[in-house]
Design a protein around this ligand. Structure first.
Ligand code: HEM
Length: 233
């Protein structure tokens, strides 16, 4: 017995699901590239305040002579924001469609499947990461939220924050959410893009997703712990 009178086609207006999933996959893999670069940049703090401040300065003057100061940084920011809007929009449309499809298909009890648990984790995890990114920009970029005072030097901002155990804890929780989202997201993106041409290739993609996720999570967590335990001063 159907529980809704809304015809299934009603919910299919707008771009088709394959296009939406391709948008999610492409923007998601773009974020993975950004995260790898961002993680590598953060590791400069292990070489001292000077190295990190130099790196932060170079980001701002990159391409000088061809583009104005902060030009490349702003291009990257605009690309990131456009990818974020596309990723969240496509995710929301797919989420709404999945909900509408379920209400027409099942009578009474909703089935909990392996796939539906993953889907839920990806959606709520994605929202949690979005909230973290807003907090993170307010913390380090605009310094609207100051955990350990305002500092002109980017290295000083990072070091003073991660000398606080609870700030490290916030970032550990966020990196766990990022890791859970990435391990399934990278795999799902490769599936959407049709890279799983054989069963063996599918298994390799699973291993690569785990390896890249581990690299990103561990790489991001090294600076906070190195600072907390006094290896960076
Ligand atoms: C322990 C983990 C992380 C640390 C220590 C860290 C550190 C930083 C710092 C210091 C900045 C400011 C750079 C500057 O203005 O000079 C920054 C900016 C930023 N971070 Fe992170 N980050 C971490 C994880 C992440 C993650 C997981 C994401 C995304 C999911 C992310 C996304 C961003 C974004 C979007 C910016 C703003 C870039 C800009 O517009 O200037 N970060 N991060």
């Amino acid at each position: 017995m159907a529980t809704s009178t809304v015809p299934a086609r009603e919910t299919r207006r707008g771009p088709n699901n394959i296009l939406l999933k391709t948008v999610m996959a492409a923007s998601g893999l773009f974020f993975v590239g950004y995260l790898l670069l961002h993680m590598y940049g953060n590791l400069q703090i292990l070489f001292g305040r000077g190295a990190f401040d130099d790196y932060a300065h170079h980001l701002r003057v990159f391409g000088e002579g061809m583009v104005p100061e902060n030009g490349v940084l702003w291009i990257a920011r605009i690309l990131l924001l456009a990818s974020l809007v596309a990723h969240v929009w496509a995710g929301m449309v797919l989420w709404r469609r999945a909900g509408a499809a379920r209400s027409t298909r099942y009578a009474g009890k909703r089935k909990t499947t392996y796939g539906s648990v993953y889907a839920k984790a990806m959606r709520w995890g994605g929202l949690a990461i979005l909230l973290f990114v807003i907090f993170h920009i307010l913390h380090f970029t605009t310094q609207t939220i100051t955990l350990a005072g305002e500092h002109v030097s980017p290295a000083e901002r990072v070091i003073s924050s991660f000398q606080l155990w609870w700030a490290v804890l916030i970032y550990v929780v966020a990196m766990i959410a990022v890791g859970m989202h990435l391990v399934h997201g990278i795999y799902a993106a490769c599936m959407t893009l049709g890279l799983n041409t054989t069963v063996k290739r599918g298994e390799q993609i699973r291993l690569i997703s785990i390896a890249v996720t581990t690299l990103i999570v561990v790489g991001f967590l090294i600076p906070p712990f190195a600072i907390l335990f006094g290896f960076v001063d």
